[in-house]
Design a protein around this ligand. Structure first.
Ligand code: PLP
Length: 404
């Protein structure tokens, strides 16, 4: 509460850092949550807004801009402002999960629209597309999107309305050239949307490279503490398609809850530190594992001999992300046995948290997945990279020897 004798600092305190002396670096603005200070209390942490309803003005309007919590929420807006800043976007919208964000894009299409999606992508969205596209009369083609000739050949000018790519692509970490894919999509009259979950806004800027939409499972490194399920979309332009996505979120009630937005906001303040540390550890692990006698292949775009390295080196900055996979010499049984023998890595699904996770993906993804059966997916956290290597090395050796 503002005391009656306190000076009115509303204008000063509601100023945001970038209004005064732009441009500060993104990590600076994220660390200070855009420099926002609560006008009522001078708090440096924005209050958590939980109210579902708001007083209507005497003239029957809502001068505050808030009327009900399903379409909008002030805490959600705080986190969206940081995410829009990080993605250099015209706007950002938070959803109750990455899947809610991604599927809102496909729901915004019209029956009869043609959609191109990658073969290597988050398996849950691939399954949703396979099941839902025919019901919505969307015409769907899966292509190896890292092959630009294949992508070009899949386009149906005038009919293709959306090209969806994911880079690095889960769980093989294939790299798609975003600028080239945007050129191909736009030449055919389509939009380009990028699932940038594994890159994070720290390493890749899809909108600057020409994409129209960027999506993240904010459950992953954006939140980074494995305690929030959330998703975000950000758009290069506030056009009619973006307005339709906003209407789908508002009408369908897919907005993120305020508690989750509050936790996400807190995480975004340390995103740059976490992303840099996790990418550095992933790079070190990839290099050491590439020389391991019981690893047949390491999949990581930071390795110079990775097929996606040249493009990744061009379109990623500050590292190649926190995700890598290994193909275990000895096949599926050896891979499962390795995952069974780790002590430090956590045997669990998901990615991007501060704790490192290991998972045998083929067990999860099912028969239409391009994931080979000998693959273990590794999400690198912030633990000591030597500890992470030691634990994996011991598990690989024990699995190979068939011991405990
Ligand atoms: N995209 C990628 C690359 C993912 O890894 C995931 C989840 O694992 C999703 C989207 C879906 O996100 P969520 O689990 O938040 O719905």
């Amino acid at each position: 509460m503002t005391r009656p004798d306190a000076p009115d600092r509303t204008a000063e305190t509601s100023a945001r850092v970038e209004d005064s002396r732009a441009p500060w670096a993104k990590r600076t603005r994220a660390a200070q949550a855009m420099g926002r200070v609560d006008p009522a209390t001078r708090a440096v942490v924005a209050p958590l807004h939980v109210s579902t309803t708001f007083i209507r003005d005497a003239d029957n309007g809502y001068a505050s801009g808030f009327s009900y919590a399903r379409p909008d929420n002030a805490t959600v807006r705080e986190a969206e402002a940081v995410l829009a800043m990080l993605e250099e976007a015209a706007g950002a919208l938070l959803f109750g999960s990455g899947m809610a964000a991604a599927t809102a894009v496909f729901q915004a299409l019209e029956p009869g629209d043609h959609v191109v999606a990658p073969i290597v992508m988050y398996w849950g969205l691939r399954r949703w597309l396979r099941e839902e596209a025919p019901r919505r009369r969307l015409d769907l083609d899966f292509v190896p999107a890292d092959d630009l000739d294949a992508l070009k050949a899949a386009m149906r000018p005038g009919r293709t309305k959306l090209v969806w790519i994911e880079t690095p692509g889960n769980p093989l970490w294939t790299i798609t050239d975003i600028a080239a894919a945007a050129g191909i999509a736009h030449a055919a009259g389509a939009r380009l949307a990028v699932d940038s979950t594994a890159a994070s806004p720290v390493h890749t800027r899809p909108l600057v490279l020409g994409a129209d939409l960027v999506m993240h499972s904010a459950t992953k490194i954006l939140n980074g503490h494995s305690d929030v399920v959330a998703g975000v979309l950000a758009a290069r332009a506030p056009d009619a398609f973006w307005a339709r996505i906003g209407a789908i979120r508002a009408g369908g009630g897919a907005i993120l809850g305020p508690f989750e937005a509050y936790l996400l906001m807190r995480s975004l303040r340390t995103l740059h530190l976490r992303a840099a540390a996790q990418a550095a550890s992933a790079q070190a692990l990839a290099e050491r594992l590439a020389a391991h006698p019981h690893v047949a292949r390491v999949l990581y775009p930071g390795l110079p001999d990775d097929p996606g390295h040249a493009v990744a080196a061009r379109q990623m900055a500050g590292g190649f992300g926190f995700m890598l996979s290994i193909r275990v010499a000895g096949g599926e049984a050896a891979a499962i046995a390795t995952a069974a023998r780790v002590a430090l890595w956590k045997r669990a699904t998901s990615l991007g948290g501060v704790e490192s996770l290991i998972e045998h993906r083929a067990s999860v993804e099912g028969p239409d997945s391009p994931c080979p059966p000998d693959l273990l997916r590794l999400s690198t956290g912030i633990e000591d990279p030597d500890d992470l290597f030691r634990d994996l090395d011991a598990a690989l050796r024990a699995a190979h020897a068939g011991g405990p």
